[in-house]
Design a protein around this ligand. Structure first.
Ligand SMILES: NC(=O)c1ccc[n+]([C@@H]2O[C@H](COP(=O)([O-])OP(=O)(O)OC[C@H]3O[C@@H](n4cnc5c(N)ncnc54)[C@H](O)[C@@H]3O)[C@@H](O)[C@H]2O)c1
Length: 351
């Protein structure tokens, strides 16, 4: 069957908007039809580089255009829910940047509204599609780890507090939270996805705000570090460690913009464990521990492109995307649970 071309609207022209536009350039059957950004200079630079047919200021103008089939939302966190909902109500399929929403209650509304209209909803988590993640996932699906019982999820920076246009990242009402909802969500999702997305049942966590002076003068009422212990219904657990700021030790490598930075996932199973960086399998061979190199296919497209292919493929085939709405709800339930546990000072159930 001949596949028709989707008209894509990219909303928010910062770094993630550019990555989705670059990915789109590699695809057939999809065209960058429109972009929107309130910031005139950003919008002009984006339009001049990626040449959409139309360019709008506010996202609501773009969503009124009946020729737009798909909205890719790269706005500040507090606009993810209203923009995704407005897009769905206007009949558009949605791919929204992380975090999907500010909390699970909002995400449940999006799931229901998209399902009602038979629209595809997906959230952006391009790290699921990196070569190392795909190789690790394949090893797990082949049964090489045995029963998975534990994963360690890490995304830490020593000096990496973001601000964003209008200093929204460090202000809770616009961001929903700090290091956890910004970068911890990547680490948590990577571990959880590799584990097969088991159902979370309870969480014990603590978040901290120790370095507000690193917020470059912006309002700062969010955490800059979070630590969590999550139990799942299959008896497995995840330990999560994330920070924008911390006095990290020198085994964490330096990066250009964020001070030191370490992003890693290790998943432990009864037959083997797998570590993403450097990608390695640690395998039990009759009691001996063997270090087994794992091949990652570096020659394929990058994570943003593979993610977009999967999302647009799901629209064409009326199928579920890999990053689906049910998983977005569960992910936000875990984020909610971490904040609730920290505030209450005890383990909380996820119902
Ligand atoms: N997937 C990733 O790896 C990744 C990386 C960075 C950021 N993000 C996510 O992408 C989102 C955007 O992050 P960012 O760093 O680009 O933030 P940013 O503040 O740099 O950019 C947000 C853009 O939205 C525009 N905007 C705000 N309100 C608008 C409106 N009503 N209509 C149209 N445009 C509007 C702003 O002018 C700005 O250009 C965030 O949710 C962030 O968490 C994801």
């Amino acid at each position: 069957m001949e596949r028709s071309t989707s008209n894509i609207g990219i909303i928010g022209a910062g770094w993630p908007g550019e990555q989705h536009a670059l990915a789109l350039q590699q695809l057939d059957h999809a065209e960058l039809y429109a972009c929107a950004d309130l910031d005139d200079a950003r919008r002009a630079a984006f339009a001049s580089e990626f040449k959409p047919r139309k360019s709008f200021s506010d996202y609501r103008e773009l969503l009124q255009d009946r020729h737009v089939d798909v909205a890719i939302i790269c706005l500040p966190n507090y606009l993810h829910f209203p923009a995704s909902l407005a897009a769905i109500e206007a009949g558009k399929h949605v791919l929204c940047e992380k975090p999907p929403t500010l909390n699970a209650a909002e995400m449940k509304v999006l799931r229901e509204e998209a399902a009602k209209r038979k629209l595809v909803y997906s959230f952006s988590r391009q790290f699921r599609f990196t070569p190392a993640m795909r190789a690790a996932k394949k090893a797990i699906e082949e049964g090489r780890l045995g029963k998975i019982y534990h994963a360690k999820a890490t995304f830490v920076r020593s000096r990496g507090v973001p601000v964003g246009v209008g200093n929204w990242f460090t202000e809770k009402k616009r961001s929903g939270g700090g290091a956890l909802i910004d970068i911890g969500i990547h680490a948590l999702d990577a571990a959880w996805f590799l584990m097969g997305a088991p159902r979370p049942v309870s969480i014990s966590a603590k978040v901290f705000q120790n370095f507000p002076q690193l917020g470059r003068g912006a309002a700062f009422d969010v955490e800059d570090a979070a630590f969590a212990f999550i139990r799942f219904d299959n008896d497995a657990i995840v330990q999560l460690e994330t920070s924008w700021a911390g006095n990290l030790t020198d085994d964490v490598p330096p990066r250009k913009y964020f001070g030191q930075e370490l992003i890693n996932t290790v998943v432990y199973g009864t037959k083997a464990s797998v570590r993403l960086k450097p990608l390695t399998l640690f395998e039990d061979r009759q009691g001996e521990l063997a270090v087994v190199p794992l091949e990652a296919r570096e020659d394929e497209a990058n994570g943003f492109e593979l993610q977009l292919r999967n999302f647009l493929g799901a629209i064409a085939e009326k199928a579920e995307p890999i990053n689906n709405a049910d998983q977005a709800v569960a992910l936000m339930e875990m984020i909610d649970g971490i904040y609730a546990s920290s505030e209450l000072g005890r383990e909380v159930p996820i119902t």
